[in-house]
Design a protein around this ligand. Structure first.
Ligand code: BMA
Length: 890
């Protein structure tokens, strides 16, 4: 034992509290930074309990005892840590845990003030996030009542804080119970999102839309309902004397290849008139200091804005992945009073211009992003939260999913409005990975009470907090007012129904909508958004008459899936920017095993239904509809997983290749959705544990910078090729018409030049013009893109749904061998192998590719990374392909 530490702790104990809060430090980071600023972090171990007077107390007596809690955290994860509840993700736990969201919770911390904090003139208690209705008591006195999980709360606390044994107590009210009386009193209710199937909230008085809290906590069509509460971001005491540096950012006034004209801007709050010295050091993206500047300035009592102009010659500009480097400059500012260093702050940012281009053209009005003057086709997906409980998300888990997005050649993610504004670490990663972010404000759908001035003011304060926090991230290229609120009003009959019930109230609601999303948020983005464009809703045409219009603005297309249309309908829809479209699939077998035993894995089994949220469990019927249209009947749940993934991968591939082929008319393809909040069925391509579904392997191919597409519809195959590269390419394309056994009916190659950043139609082939011996049950068309003699992309089109084809046994040969630091899997097909899926059961394996079609006679080698032995890998390899599912397997 370290005796000196031990005696120090004993000494501390005898003078003050046993519970010494975490150490204080000189503040290093924005957003709020101060002269002689110190931070005493109050995060860590707190205590929590179910409020003893709560009506749930009798039934949950154990929870009324004080238990250790984690701050930042959530009540559900604290309860789980003490085994006071079962795992919310396993089995059908959900119904039994709804009481938590209807109860009142109490959190407390006792702490001493460290010496320096104690001596400071100002001591502010700062909460970076409280979910949501919190009463805050400091040493017995109520100092605030909060009502917005997305805001930062700064509470002056000097007069109440003392040296020893401070007590901070937070009462967290049930957001349902808090809002229910007000909602129930409304003569006409506002339309919400998903009503609770569990009876914990009346179906006709939904409260979620009234709360500034993550919408998905109330349940969504891909996630459970856990209306959690908690102190979900850090708590600290920020202390300072005469000066507070409230904000520091780098304003980009002018940027081109030759120079960047910037201003370092400092917001300073001073108690009295005085002088300050600022020193700024700039480091280039390689970490080399390239500039240093200083400023001696007078500050006046009150708010001051100081700026330091900077010019960088030949700046390295930030580009999205695939367009150039993700150059990030660092700006370190030292803040001094005389010779005394008071605070240091650091900002990292990328230099880039962003434009949302809206040209009037022959189709209507365009919608596309232009980065540093170059139009970019947005390839990617919609992102939902990484977990029901944000604090459980580990940085490595987040990075793995974002890296998966980049690895699949994505350059954009849309942060959908029903979740929360992500952590700083998330935006740092997006900057580094070159993922452009379409950032929704947190409105997930339905109708919100924007007619209420207080509600709007609350949202404006939230918007400002988030803009100030996030404005230096070059990855953010759009701020969008909400998800689907305008289209819900205009296209789903919500506005019309309300107008029929009460036209005056309907007008009031709509005027509130236009004020908040048309004016207030737009103004905030103009003020604090660092030049990033604003868009009032997705999908919309920024408040023009029509909201979800294929010719103007962005589009959500759900005729396929929600509207049960055939997947080929994707080919008849050519929007300006497709911001949502999707097909569901089940995750890989090991993810299903995480919540249901194999014996319970049945398409209509209760545990499986509990993790299928579309149409409250009925989603599997929709999946079957799509599977049956093209493929075979699943005989087992494993077949169902495999076929659902195949259907999803091939359907989304068809749509995305169509969008990309339609450039420049279409300038974006973001499928719904990248990731999951829990293990279950959903539209994701990467599951909760980070495993890739078949779609994600396909996405890497169909989003490749150079690709080729063969899309078959109504008797015609259209061949197109697409380039996202900035230089013209010398290429060739090869067309083969083949049969499943390997017979070649036609084989032609043509050289061509593919202009930069463009899509070109190469040919149209009518079924009627195919060679006479081409039997549609066995024939397919293969097109390949060839660069310097090597095939770099390929697309295969089948003339009939797979279920009608006569697929032979491909006679697959697979061997695994050990290489220096990994394994190699060699695969050969003797005949056409449709939809090959390689898996190793529960073993941890990373394959360089999967979900493939192999042509007759084709061989390929995959890299395989795994901690398992060669023998285990060989023994556990299981190969699926489509012919196995034919009624009579050849
Ligand atoms: C959309 C989204 C989500 C939803 C998805 C799938 O339109 O905005 O609200 O989860 O469809 O139904």
């Amino acid at each position: 034992m370290n005796t000196s530490r031990y005696s120090f702790r004993r000494f501390a104990r005898s003078t003050c509290l046993a519970l010494l809060a975490a150490s204080s430090s000189l503040l290093m980071l924005a957003p709020a930074v101060a002269a002689s600023t110190r931070v005493q972090d109050l995060s860590g171990t707190w205590s929590f309990r179910l409020f003893p007077d709560d009506s749930a107390a009798a039934q949950h007596a154990n929870a009324t005892q004080w238990h250790a809690a984690q701050v930042p955290g959530h009540v559900h994860t604290d309860l789980l840590a003490h085994q006071l509840i079962t795992d919310p993700y396993v089995g059908d736990a959900e119904a039994g845990l709804q009481w938590i969201g209807n109860a009142t919770w109490e959190y407390k911390l006792e702490f001493d003030l460290d010496e320096k904090t104690l001596k400071s003139k100002h001591q502010d208690l700062v909460f970076e996030g409280l979910d949501t209705f919190a009463d805050i008591y400091l040493n017995g006195k109520k100092i605030a009542a909060t009502d917005n999980a997305f805001r930062r709360w700064v509470l002056p606390a000097k007069t109440l804080l003392k040296k020893c044994q401070n007590e901070l107590k937070i009462i967290l009210h049930s957001p349902i119970q808090r809002l229910l009386p007000q909602v129930q009193a409304m003569p006409i209710k506002l339309t919400g999102n998903y009503p609770s199937p569990f009876g914990d909230e009346p179906r006709d008085a939904m409260t979620g839309n009234f709360a500034r809290k993550p919408g998905y906590h109330y349940g969504w069509d891909w996630g459970p309902r856990y209306v959690t509460t908690g102190i979900w971001r850090t708590v600290k005491i920020v202390s300072y004397d005469d000066l507070l540096l409230q904000d520091f950012h780098i304003q980009q006034d002018r940027l081109n290849a030759q120079s960047a004209e910037l201003q370092a801007k400092f917001d300073v709050q001073a108690d009295k008139d005085g002088q300050i010295d600022l020193e700024l050091r700039v480091s280039d993206p390689d970490g080399r200091q390239i500039m240093s500047r200083s400023l001696h300035a007078a500050v006046k009592k009150g708010h001051n804005q100081l700026s330091l102009p900077l010019q960088l010659d030949n700046p390295r500009r930030w580009y999205p992945h695939g367009m150039g480097e993700q150059a990030l400059y660092s700006f370190n500012a030292s803040f001094k009073k005389g010779k005394q260093l008071i605070a240091e702050v650091k900002k990292r940012t990328g230099l880039r211009q962003v434009e949302l281009r809206r040209d009037k053209d022959q189709w209507g009005q365009s919608f596309g992003f232009v980065i540093n003057g170059v139009p970019v086709f947005a390839k990617g997906a919609n992102l939902i939260p990484f977990d029901m409980f944000p604090n459980r998300v580990k940085p490595e888990q987040m990075r793995a999913i974002l890296q998966s997005a980049r690895d699949a050649n994505m350059n954009m993610l849309r942060l959908w409005g029903g979740g929360y504004y992500e952590s700083d670490a998330f935006y740092d990663m997006a900057d580094e990975l070159g993922l452009m972010l379409w950032q929704d404000y947190m409105f997930g759908g339905g109708v919100v009470p924007a007619y209420d001035k207080k509600f709007r003011e609350n949202v404006i304060a939230e918007a400002r907090d988030q803009l100030l926090r996030l404005r230096s991230h070059p990855s953010i290229v759009l701020w969008c007012g909400n998800n689907e609120e305008e289209t819900a009003w205009k296209d789903w009959g919500i506005g019309k129904k309300l107008a029929e019930e009460n036209p005056i109230f309907a007008e009031h609601v709509w005027t509130g909508y236009v004020t908040l999303f048309g004016k207030d948020l737009r103004e905030q983005v103009a003020l604090y958004g660092a030049g990033v464009p604003y868009w009032s809703s997705s999908p919309s045409n920024d408040l023009a008459d029509k909201a979800n219009d294929s010719n103007n603005g962005d589009k959500h297309y759900w005729d396929v899936w929600a509207g049960s249309q055939a997947v080929e309908s994707y080919l008849s829809e050519t929007p300006r920017f497709m911001s949502e479209f999707g097909l569901q699939a089940w995750p890989v077998q090991s993810t299903v095993d995480a919540f249901a035993p194999r014996s319970e894995q049945k398409i209509d089994g209760p545990l499986i239904r509990a993790h299928q949220k579309f149409l409250a469990g009925e989603g599997n019927q929709r999946l079957l509809l799509y599977i049956r249209a093209n493929y075979h009947e699943p005989k087992t749940f494993a077949d169902f997983i495999y076929l659902s993934q195949l259907m999803q991968a091939e359907g989304i591939e068809m749509a995305s290749l169509h969008h990309r082929s339609s450039m420049p008319r279409t300038m974006g393809s973001l499928y719904w959705q990248l990731n999951d909040v829990w293990p279950g069925a959903s539209w994701s391509s990467v599951d909760y544990f980070g495993h890739w579904k078949a779609l994600h392997f396909h996405a890497r191919r169909f989003f490749a910078p150079l690709t080729i597409a063969a899309l078959h519809d109504k008797g015609i195959t259209r061949l197109s090729t697409i380039s996202d590269l900035q230089q013209e390419q010398n290429l060739a394309w090869r067309l083969r018409i083949m049969d499943v056994h390997g017979k070649v009916l036609r084989d032609e190659t043509q050289a061509f030049k593919l202009p930069a950043n463009s899509a070109v139609e190469l040919a149209q082939i009518k079924d009627a013009d195919l060679p006479a011996e081409a039997n549609p049950k066995t024939t397919y068309i293969v097109v390949e893109l060839i660069r310097e003699g090597k095939s770099i992309a390929r697309s295969i089109t089948y003339l009939q749904p797979s279920k009608l084809m006569q697929l032979p046994d491909p006679v697959l040969e697979a061997t695994i061998v050990a290489e220096a630091d990994h394994y190699r899997l060699d695969l050969r097909a003797n005949k056409l192998a449709r939809a090959v899926w390689l898996n190793f059961g529960e073993h941890q394996v990373r394959l360089s590719d999967n979900a493939l079609d192999l042509l007759p006679g084709e061989s390929l080698s995959l890299r395989l990374d795994s901690p398992q032995s060669l023998a285990t890998l060989r023994a556990s390899l299981h190969i699926r392909h489509l012919a196995q599912l034919q009624a009579t397997y050849p």
